[in-house]
Design a protein around this ligand. Structure first.
Ligand SMILES: [Zn+2]
Ligand SMILES: [Zn+2]
Length: 101
């Protein structure tokens, strides 16, 4: 089966036979497993960018994408990145030196 879905992150070469988002039902438009998302107009939407974002997320939570070997993709890595940048911001907010005035 030729790969039709590719990871969009630069430097990541993972590919799937079909978009892993299709392995779960869409929580937004209720499209079933293997069924493409539907636009409000009723037209079937194809292609990575036409899958509802919530479906992408629930597919990721269901493990449909698997672990990214590059460690850069998926919700888990996104949260980890956000956590890291939040901690960094907190660290930056602290004074570097405690000076007595
Ligand atoms: Zn949908
Ligand atoms: Zn990836």
């Amino acid at each position: 089966m030729p790969a039709t879905a590719f990871c969009q992150k630069p430097g990541c070469d993972r590919a799937w036979p079909r978009d892993p988002a299709l392995e779960v039902a869409c929580p937004t438009c209720k499209a079933g497993i293997g069924v493409a998302c539907r636009r409000p107009s009723g037209h079937t939407a194809f292609g990575k960018f036409n899958v509802h974002a919530d479906r992408d997320i629930s597919a990721d939570l269901a493990g449909a994408y698997g672990e990214c070997p590059s460690g850069r993709c998926g919700l888990k890595n996104k949260n980890r990145k956000e956590e890291a940048s939040r901690q960094q911001k907190e660290a930056e907010a602290l004074p570097l030196f405690n000076t007595c005035l």
